[in-house]
Write a protein that binds this ligand. Structure first.
Ligand code: TPP
Ligand code: MG
Length: 336
């Protein structure tokens, strides 16, 4: 059956839709390439891919402004690309090379960008949640209207430090958006097996924090919810919780045989809910773009990703002396 003819939503322009398509495709192709480089032995250590979850960061970045901050877990490459970090620097960090964001010394889970206000990449589950509240505290203290997007998973949402953070964030009206990326699994454990009350956002009620559940496979729904959350924070009303229902197509990390779910479950999600296909469909059936327009975007993205992989292969290994640098802060910044 041919897809139903749909119009772009009245408040979304064709250019905007193409932008979301492009940004989500960039993450997808980048991650596929990272998976290949991992398979070739060029990426060592852990590597957690974000494929399937692209609409979450792209939708929320569409609601952000300059000065807003973001902090996340180890499943972090998509967040870096969506906030405008250079794919070359991200890929070269994955291959552990000098040209990487942490000079090849951090790897997949430890990259930062002061310029783009990206505060990591954290390997300890939920550790970034109090850090996110701290970043928001700094903005409130300085009296600006920046917000901090603090991303964490459904597994992390069961950790105690999340609730200590909720309490303080609401007590001090901190401008922090708690983004629960509910991809339905924490490593091999499904939310049904780990969680008594599966509505994570509702737990904010115990602290007086509002929130909502969002369809994380629909970039426009994510953007809309993000705008609402951002407006709440910027108005000085304190934190907000977005529980974004999403799905990861790949294993937890590259070493996951994924025996805890069926192939059919993954395929069904890909076939029926894929966030990139949904926007592609909207663009084509609404006559906002032609097949050729989309092919040109695909080609451009492929070029950028291939270039990043070449850079990541050619950039040298860090020099031995680098072992002794970037260990302690040598100067205290006057103003961040
Ligand atoms: C404190 C802590 N406990 C356990 C681990 C091992 N571990 C790494 S990821 C993970 C699952 C987290 O799942 P979720 O929060 O849903 O994030 P997702 O991987 O789905 O993005 C676990 C238990 C860890 N890194 N840190
Ligand atoms: Mg999860």
């Amino acid at each position: 059956m041919p897809p139903k003819k749909k119009d772009a939503q009245p408040n979304v322009s064709a250019e905007e839709l193409k932008g979301y398509y492009r940004d989500m495709l960039m993450i997808r192709r980048f991650e596929e390439k990272a998976g290949q480089l991992y398979g070739m032995g060029l990426i060592g250590g852990f590597c957690h891919l974000y494929i399937g979850q692209e609409a979450v960061v792209v939708g929320l970045e569409a609601a952000a402004k300059e000065g807003d901050k973001r902090v996340t877990s180890y499943r972090d490459h998509g967040h870096m690309l969506a906030c405008g970090m250079d794919p070359k620097g991200v890929m070269a960090e994955l291959t552990g090379r000098e040209g990487g964001y942490s000079k090849g010394k951090g790897g997949s889970m430890h990259m930062f960008s002061k310029e783009k206000h990206f505060y990591g990449g954290h390997g300890i589950v939920a550790a970034q949640v109090p850090l996110g509240a701290g970043l928001a505290f700094a903005d409130k203290y300085k009296g600006n209207d920046n917000v901090t997007f603090t991303y964490f998973g459904d597994g992390a949402a069961n950790q105690g430090q999340v609730y200590e953070t909720y309490n303080m964030a609401e007590l001090w009206d901190l401008p922090v958006i708690f983004v629960i990326e509910n991809n339905q699994y924490a490593m091999g454990t499904s939310t049904q097996r780990s969680t008594k009350s599966p509505s994570y956002w509702e737990r904010g009620a115990a602290y007086g924090i509002p929130g909502e559940e969002v369809d994380g496979m629909d970039v426009l729904a994510v953007k809309e919810a993000g705008e609402k959350a951002v407006a709440h924070c910027r108005a000085g009303k304190g934190p907000y919780i977005l529980e974004i229902k999403t799905y990861r197509y790949r294993g937890h990390s590259m070493s996951d045989p994924a025996k805890y779910r069926t192939r059919e479950e993954v395929q069904k999600m890909r076939d029926e809910r894929d966030p990139i296909e949904q926007i592609r469909d909207l663009l084509l059936t609404g006559n906002h773009a032609t097949e050729d327009d989309l092919k040109a975007i695909d080609k451009e993205i492929k070029g950028i990703v291939n270039e990043s992989a070449e850079f990541a292969k050619e950039s040298p290994e860090p020099a031995l002396e680098e072992l002794w640098t970037d260990i302690y802060a040598t100067e205290v910044p006057q103003e961040a």
